[in-house]
Every structure is written in structure tokens, then in C-alpha cells.
Design a protein. Sequence first.
Length: 213
Amino acid sequence: MGLVRDLQLVQDATAIPALREVVREALIRAMFVRDERALPKDVVRVLTRKADVTVRVKDEIEVREAVRVANGETSTVDLGRPADEFHYYRRQLGMGKDQSWGVCTRPSLVQTYEWIVPPQGGILVDTSALADVEVDGISYVAKAGAGARWKDLYDRAVAAGMLPSVFPAVPLDFAVGDALVGDAKFRSYRSSFSSAVYDVRGLAARTSRPGTI
């Protein structure tokens, strides 16, 4: 998703009359190094805006509540935060009735570079605490949370006498969820990564759980 935002901004920027004569490579470089002198204020504003608040979730229920708050279905009280944080969230989000906000998931590691265009406002969900790993040594199946580290999954599997059928193409300790929401490349020894994944549990935009992916 980060790459989609980056490419869209480049396309929009090259459509600005003041930037039509700028070489595309020079424009990308100016955005990458944040050369504000070479960019219009509107582009700089997009590049410097970040998520309004970051919510570190501990379970699926907290993810659901964050999405419901973003949809305007419930108040920020349901995020279950202390009073001072609750006030901060309300002020930052400017939460109003029937007003929806974007939700984006934070990757644990970014393999290439920090996204040129960060998530624009809304709520950034930090899933690093969703780090549970369950290994079934009988059916040879492992279940891991989005924030579970690859090495933790590997160590648990080896301790149970198994070897994971998937692995990160780059030898970094990615979180398992990075394979879905980040730019981590996971592969399988025998076939594609998807062939080794039996099920992915997630939440739809309205907090319902979609079927098996």
C-alpha cells in the first residue's frame, strides 16, 4: 500500500503546472530527500503529514474497537485508554458524528525505505503486541499473530521437531504480518508462499471477519 501511495503522489505531482517541466527522476529525488525548496507547499504538506494517533493493540477486540472508532460507530472511550490519552485522541482525530477516518497497519520492518508518502491522518494500528505463536506438533501446523517475529516462530517450530515451510527471502527478523501489510518477501521451499499458508484471519472495513483467505 505504501508503494501505491508513492506512485499516486508522483502522478499527481507531475500534473501540477509548476512541475510539468521538472524531470521525473529529479522530482522523485526531491520528494525522497524532502527537498522542500524544490516542491510546492501542497506536496510538502502531504509528505510531512502522518497518522493522527497510533494505537498499540493487544488482541483482536482492540483492533475491532479501533476500526469502529474510525468508522464513527463508537466513541474514542471504547479504545480503553487512560483519560489523558482519551482526550488526546479526541483532539487529534477531531472525532465527529458520521465522520469516518482511515486505518493503516504499521509494518514492523520496512525492507527498502520509509514510504515517501506516510499514512495520511487517521489511526495507525501497531500490531507488535499480537505476538502469540502456537505450534501443533501433531498436525504440523503453526498459528502466529501478526506481530510475531519470524525467529520466534522458527525457534518454536524447531523445538517441536519441525521446520517452517516458509521463510523470509531477506535474512531479517520480520514479523509474520509483514508478509501481508509490509514489503517483506516470504517464500516457500516447495512452491509459492500462499501454498504454505492455510488460513489468514483478518477484519473487514466494518469489523466483520471475512472468510478464509
